[in-house]
Design a protein around this ligand. Structure first.
Ligand SMILES: N[C@@H](CCC(=O)N[C@@H](CS)C(=O)NCC(=O)O)C(=O)O
Length: 218
């Protein structure tokens, strides 16, 4: 078994993606917060990119969630979360990219809004939610889960989205709004949330979000 340290913050959907994969593969690891915070000079002596998630595996640092999960797949191939077929693998990678650059990116626009006086200025909330809904509508045309994206067994792309969707919904609810999630996407995320590893990270992320948001309540 490799010695694995996962550096992260519990509100991060990128960190959740890596934690879910570690849990799916039954790998033992220690989860740590970056000393002095991510981006700090101290953390950068451990993980030079300074971003979270970062892992140190047998003393070797690796950053970027997608690079990390592909490394984990190579080190611990079971259960297989990346298909062998190159076209299917490309589909999984494109959905990981869509998650990172569209859905998560749209969801994170709500972070500064929550810190602002959103009751007095609701425009940024509506813009943020419209962006999230537009990304989810696009996603709905890209996948046909049954129950998972590639069929009976989950792949990386199934595991990346549930925490991000929950994060967006929690922030929207805090600002007295709802996000309309396409029916198929909602059914898929409910199926995916039944996986123990996903369920665990959903709870961790929910608790972290609640704690974070409480600090902005007046
Ligand atoms: N592409 C990166 C994005 C991760 C990311 O944006 N992490 C944020 C926290 S949620 C971060 O570390 N920001 C500070 C930085 O990038 O220096 C990944 O997939 O790991």
């Amino acid at each position: 078994m490799p010695d694995i340290k996962l550096y992260g913050v519990t509100v991060s959907a990128f960190v959740a993606k890596v934690r879910i994969v570690l849990d799916m593969k039954g790998l033992a690891y220690e989860e740590l917060t970056p000393p002095d915070g991510y981006g700090s000079p101290t953390y950068r002596t451990i993980v030079p990119a300074g971003s979270v998630p970062g892992v140190v595996i047998d003393g070797r640092p690796v950053s970027d969630s997608n690079a990390i999960i592909e490394l984990l797949e190579a080190l611990a191939p079971e259960p297989r979360l990346m298909p062998e077929d190159p076209f299917k693998a490309a589909k999984v990678r494109s959905l990981l990219g869509f998650h990172d650059t569209r859905v998560e990116a749209a969801a994170r626009t709500l972070f500064p809004v929550i810190k602002s006086d959103w009751r007095a200025n609701s425009g940024p909330i509506d813009t943020g939610i419209a962006g999230i809904e537009a990304a989810l509508e696009r996603l709905d045309t890209m996948v046909a889960p049954s129950p998972f994206i590639l069929g009976k067994t989950p792949c990386f792309a199934d595991l990346a989205y549930p925490v991000t969707l929950q994060m967006a919904e929690i922030m929207a609810a805090e600002m007295e709004r709802e996000i309309t999630v396409p029916d198929r996407i909602n059914t898929w995320r409910i199926e995916t949330a039944k996986l123990d590893s996903v369920a665990r990270s959903l709870i961790i992320a929910r608790n972290a979000m609640e704690g974070w948001m409480a600090s902005f309540r007046v």
